[in-house]
Design a protein around this ligand. Sequence first.
Ligand SMILES: [Zn+2]
Length: 247
Amino acid sequence: MNAAPADQIRLLDLQAIDSKLDQLAHRRRSLPEHAQIDKATADHTALKDLVVAAEAQHGDTTRELAKAEQDVEQVRTRAARNQQRMDSGAVGSAKDLENLQHENASLAKRQGDLEDVVLEVMERLETAQTRVTELTGRLEHAEVVLKEATERRDAALAEIDAEVAKVARDREAVAAVIPADLLKLYTRLREQQGGVGAARLFQRRCEGCRVEFAHADLNAIKAEPADAVVRCENCGRILVRTSDSGI
Ligand SMILES: [Zn+2]
């Protein structure tokens, strides 16, 4: 294949632009914010589940307290009713009176036990409330962390995308003037050779694979006409000769 030396030099410009685009794509993929967002999302989801569980626990305990207070109230009401009957003098027989006194004594004991239950449930309710408050605070913090990481990522992406757009315009201008067959060969080699399709011959080395050419090889390259498209014998890339080539 033949191509004017100026077009071969332009290929190096294109290679520099393509490498820049590859770097930008790599930077886009490897932004630390991606991992930060993944972690923040996982934390947020886990905390949300914990808040839901803590709120359910709080709800259950609230109902438990209402029930315990209701139990106390029933015993109290019944004892008060007994006391009222005894005080009214309506209870005729000494036996009935004695029974009521016994019942109230055991109701008083029962009320004491139930009041202990109320206190115990109240303590658990307080613990449950503390946990809901603590987890809700942590969830709010996780929301802020996630939001901030997302904003940082979006800002970084916008910056990269703006640069990509600018570099892509440069690429279009450079690619437009390179002969189609040379561009096609470059594109194929670039795909095969890890993103580098054209390399400068610089101080007797291929800048694509860094191999240093022996004297005889250099002479052979030197003997090629200026418009010949030379390929590196080692890596196969298009080898572009410049004034710094050392030949
Ligand atoms: Zn090479």
